[in-house]
Design a protein around this ligand. Structure first.
Ligand code: F6R
Length: 610
């Protein structure tokens, strides 16, 4: 949450920073601001900020013509936590000689504020960030390193900071704790940012600033120091996707583009893990021993990633016969979980930054459990914190609503289920090979479903006017229903609920009246007739039914208003096609309602706060 960019080099800093902020807008978009250095010995740091989107900042900046091109600065796009959405609360914040931008939360800002007040120092904003600026300034006596280090010793919570000291306008300092920050130096200059997408126009090589370290950026170099003042050389990471991957590429929205990218993303994720036709994680340095002697598996995640975990539970229990629980990370972290060294905790996260999932991993480790992260962003905190990591290779996911990150997570759930089953001798090599081949083939079915866009667009004509929509399913289809409901709510702002189809009659069916849309997934053979019975129940109460089945089912057309038929396929792999269907239904409904699909209100893509 919140996107930050710092730049110092030989090019227009205002342009580089605002372009970077536009690329980071998925992290927050309620206000934006920039501080840049100018040739004015009295006021060398100029701050411009505004509420609303980064484009508002770009427009506002046009009013400020400088005598010479500013070559350094820091910029921020905000998702408000402490203090409302106002210009004064927008970053950068400044106090004394310190100007900074911040991603994270300073948890002890009230206590620190009280201490500062005793010295007659009062903030002008309602933010925790301004307090951090005041604390750093209070320690500053000309040595930036000492001031930042001392401040970090008293600041509690999470932070990535980019800091300019007004008496050192030729430098930018950066540090972080529990919040992401990458840095890179190239011929254009030195950069720090929340995410590589902000600077991918300039370089594909970057490093993650380690915690408890301070980076000093000048126009031609970046030096990283540990808290003892020793120079540290971080490992360089190279991104293997192109700049085009972070652009819309002719699609109207990132979400639509990312829906279309799913077949490739799934193939890119599973192919390196299929050796001689069998699941194999040795190239990830994930040993088979990780999956041996397990009494229990806990999958922990949030939102869409948690829904991928729900599907993982069904698959792992089916094949590996190990009890699996799926715990919402924000609940798990404050629970008293019964886990030990015979528990495998799988944390799923696209961003690898989600605060609750990170805390869940830390708790699991402290209790002796083994931890495995399934993460999309290379080198992200959850990946670093976990014992083992399987990276999904979805490429950058820019739309706030997750699509391709979800399906790649699903694909790894399948491989993990087969792998554990093989290790436990519950699945022969031949059967595992056959399952794995079906998984690969399901990518073609997914492609065929992506081509059903016209049909799905048509169906949303009715959905766009609904006040409430229900999603039903059983087994794998229930996990899909949960994701369908979340996706719809998130971007169309229509209230929706997902129900295990058999549970509806225990209360919720009272909400089904004339023309209430019910989207029912009936793609699992063992419960097909049961779901159809549930559809009959809602139909007889007037529901407007959209029914999804596999090809080959003889569906009584009076049962539904629309019948969506999946390609002919094995029932185990229908989630890949159902995912596309639920994504399209949400997407087209939001488009028909003329909403901002990629940046739905109140949301941000990486949720780095509790
Ligand atoms: C919904 C969505 C969220 C995320 C959730 C976890 O479309 O994207 O529900 O899935 O915030 O985020 P990650 O996967 O980054 O941990």
């Amino acid at each position: 949450m919140c996107g930050i960019v710092g730049y110092i080099g030989n090019t227009d800093a205002r342009q580089i920073i605002t372009c970077g902020l536009l690329a980071l807008e998925y992290r927050g978009y309620d206000s934006a601001g920039i501080a840049y250095c100018i040739n004015d010995s009295l006021n060398p740091v100029k701050i411009v900020k505004t509420t609303g989107k980064v484009m508002n900042l770009v427009n506002k900046l046009e009013q400020y013509n400088e005598d010479s091109v500013p070559l350094s600065g820091i910029g921020h796009t905000r998702w408000a936590t402490h203090g409302g959405v106002t210009e004064v609360n927008s970053h950068p914040h400044s106090y004394g000689r310190v100007t900074l931008i911040h991603n994270g939360i300073i948890e002890n800002y009230r206590e620190l504020s009280d201490i500062l007040a005793k010295d007659g120092k009062f903030p002008v904003s309602q933010t925790d960030t301004e307090i951090a600026a005041m604390v750093i300034d209070s320690y500053y006596e000309g040595d930036a390193f000492e001031a930042i280090k001392k401040a970090c010793e008293v600041l509690e919570g999470s932070y990535s900071f980019c800091i300019i000291f007004s008496d050192q306008p030729d430098k930018i300092y950066a540090t972080r704790k529990n919040s992401p920050l990458i840095a890179a130096n190239c011929s254009t200059g030195s950069f720090v940012a929340s995410d590589i997408v902000a600077i991918i126009d300039y370089t594909k090589d970057y490093f993650i600033l380690p915690e408890n370290h301070i980076a000093k950026l000048t126009s031609d170099s970046i030096t990283v120091y540990d808290y003892f003042g020793n120079i540290f050389t971080p490992e360089t990471i190279h991104v293997n996707w192109d700049i085009a991957a972070a652009k819309k590429g002719g699609y109207e929205h990132f979400m639509l583009k990312e829906i279309h990218e799913q077949p490739d993303a799934v193939i890119n994720t599973i192919s390196p893990r299929i050796v001689k036709g069998l699941p194999d994680f040795s190239s990830d340095n994930v040993p088979d021993d990780l999956f041996k002697n397990l009494n229990r598996i806990v999958i922990t995640a949030c939102g869409t990633a948690m829904h991928a975990g729900m599907l993982g539970k069904v698959m792992i229990e089916k094949y590996a016969r190990i009890p699996v629980s799926v715990d919402i990370a924000s609940e798990f972290r404050y629970s008293d979980p019964i886990i030990d060294e015979h528990t495998l905790v799988i944390a799923i996260s696209q961003s690898g930054e989600t605060a609750d999932t990170l805390a869940a991993v830390k708790l699991a480790k402290s209790l002796g459990a083994r931890t495995l992260a399934i993460v999309n962003v290379k080198g992200s905190i959850i990946a670093l914190e976990s014992d083992y990591v399987l990276y999904t290779h979805a490429g950058p996911e820019i739309s706030v609503a997750s699509t391709k990150a979800y399906t790649v997570q699903l694909s790894l759930m399948y491989l993990i289920a087969y792998k554990i089953a093989m290790i436990k001798n519950l699945l022969s090599d031949n059967d595992a090979r056959c399952r794995t081949e079906c998984l690969i083939n399901s990518v073609d079915d997914m492609k065929a479903t992506i081509n059903m866009d016209q049909e799905l667009f048509y169906i949303t004509k009715k959905l766009k006017k609904a006040d409430n929509i229900f999603y039903l399913g059983r087994g794998l289809d229930y996990a899909i229903a949960c994701e369908g409901s979340l996706k719809l709510k998130e971007i169309s702002y229509i209230h929706s609920e997902a129900y295990a189809a058999g549970e509806l009659k225990h209360g919720t069916i009272s909400l089904i009246t004339d023309n209430v849309p019910v989207i029912a997934f009936a793609t699992q053979d063992n419960v097909y007739s049961k779901v159809i019975s549930n559809v009959v129940e809602v139909r007889s109460r007037g529901a407007y039914v959209i029914l999804v089945t596999k090809s080959g089912e003889h569906v009584d057309t009076s049962l539904c208003d629309h019948h969506i038929t999946l390609p002919k396929m094995d029932e185990e792999f229908t989630p890949f096609c159902n995912a596309v269907i639920l994504q399209y239904l949400a997407y087209f409904t939001a488009v028909r309602r003329d909403l901002n699909v990629d940046q739905p209100r109140n949301l941000a893509k990486s949720v780095t706060v509790e």
